[in-house]
Design a protein around this ligand. Structure first.
Ligand code: CP3
Length: 361
């Protein structure tokens, strides 16, 4: 059942390498598209593979299964990019922190809250522990049709740190922010370690075949302005610089979710090649304030995709007509939710593929 040949992929209107052209600043005839969490529980074929895998981390660390679920949405919908099936918490796992997914409860980690915890992390064996991820990247690239771009990813240091320090998802970030305010020099050591290891992890994905990388800063919006500058912008800038040194041609997309108007400083100061907009960012504001500097990606409300029909068409058309005039990658403002009917994703894919003719009126 793990047949990874993509003979089943529909040869839809998929002009050559649309995503890479857009990331170089071109305005394509129609925007390329992919969707955050495009592989996942809303797809019955994902749930089937997931059930065979054992735990969620096992799924991420079995290259044949990770390859299969990465390709599933591409087969169905003909996205312009595949995103490696993995997780931002593979990094702490590969650093030797205990990470597990309690069924129905989300991620759990054995929390790190001080220097002694940092000292237990094992940076030296990161690439060895994450090797199955890089093997999946090689297999996915080999199985993908040439025009489909492969995106690798990591969490940003701040977002990954929240999980490592809290030991779970969080709303208040009591421990992570507590550490950052109480002992900034100590917290800086954790962030520096994450900058260095994120570069290692992304560089290994690129060497294995990832052609673009995205940095997910899902909890950027929890930070006050000075802390956003220190714990989100500065580490992201350091990662971008190091990646540009090693892999000058590989674009980096940043996703500072919830950053508000801070997204402007993020674009100006991090050096990212493109920025992903969360659901709250007004497209007309982004067109004038951001798109003149970098290509933008986003930002359909994932719940409009659950609703489908007219609501979906209206929301998607609004974004396409505003941002589609410049370098633009159609995506969601956050990940697909589990309740999304797979037919609605097909409707959206049709709308985007037909956009050039619809737009002509
Ligand atoms: O986008 C993709 O299709 C690629 C795969 C991907 C996953 N996680 C798979 C996944 C990506 C890019 C991520 C990133 C990720 N992981 C983020 C940043 C993006 C965001 O959503 O803000 C974060 C914060 C995580 C950490 C994480 N992983 C959480 C909080 C959870 C539990 C939430 C949930 O939906 O249960 C996960 C699990 C996870 N990661 C799932 C998937 C498909 C669901 C696991 C399952 O099948 O049970």
């Amino acid at each position: 059942p793990m047949e990874t040949a993509l003979s089943q992929i529909q040869p839809q209107s998929r002009p050559d390498r649309l995503l890479l052209r857009t990331l170089k600043g071109e305005t394509a005839p129609r925007p390329p598209f992919w969707l955050m969490r495009q592989a996942g529980r809303y797809l019955p074929e994902y749930r089937e593979v997931r059930a065979q895998a054992g735990g969620f981390l096992d799924l991420c660390l079995k290259p044949d299964l990770a390859t299969e679920v990465t390709l599933q949405p591409i087969r169905r919908y003909g996205m312009d990019a595949a995103i490696l099936f993995s997780d931002i918490l593979i990094l702490p796992h590969a650093l030797g922190q205990k990470v597990w997914f309690a069924e129905g409860e989300g991620p759990r980690l054995d929390p790190i809250r001080d220097q002694a915890g940092l000292d237990r992390l094992d940076v030296a064996h990161l690439e060895e522990r994450a090797e199955p991820v890089y093997e999946a990247v090689r297999r996915i690239r080999a199985a993908l049709p040439d025009p489909v771009t492969l995106i690798g990813f990591a969490g940003s240091p701040w977002t990954v740190a929240t999980y490592m320090v809290e030991g779970a998802g969080s709303k208040e970030f009591l421990h992570a922010k507590g550490w950052a305010y109480r002992d900034p020099a100590g917290f800086q050591r954790l962030i520096d370690l994450l900058v260095e290891t994120t570069v290692t992890h992304l560089s290994a994905q690129i060497r294995a075949g990832a052609e673009v990388v995205q940095l997910f800063d899902s909890w950027a919006g929890a930070l006050a302005p000075a802390e956003f500058a220190r714990w989100s912008i500065a580490p992201t800038h350091a990662i971008v610089r190091a990646l540009k040194d090693r892999h000058p041609g590989v674009p980096v997309i940043g996703f500072p979710r919830g950053a508000g108007i801070g997204i402007q400083a993020y674009v100006e100061q991090t050096g990212v090649d493109a920025v992903s907009l969360d659901t709250s960012v007004p497209p007309d504001w982004a067109a004038s304030a951001l798109q003149s500097r970098v290509p933008v990606q986003g930002n359909l409300d994932p719940l409009a995709l659950v609703a489908g029909g007219d609501a979906l068409r209206r929301a998607a058309t609004d974004i396409l007509s505003t941002l589609g005039k410049g370098p633009f990658i159609f995506n969601l403002g956050h990940g697909i939710v589990q309740q999304t009917p797979p037919e609605h994703v097909a409707e959206l894919a049709r709308l985007i593929h037909e956009w050039p003719s619809l737009n002509q009126g």
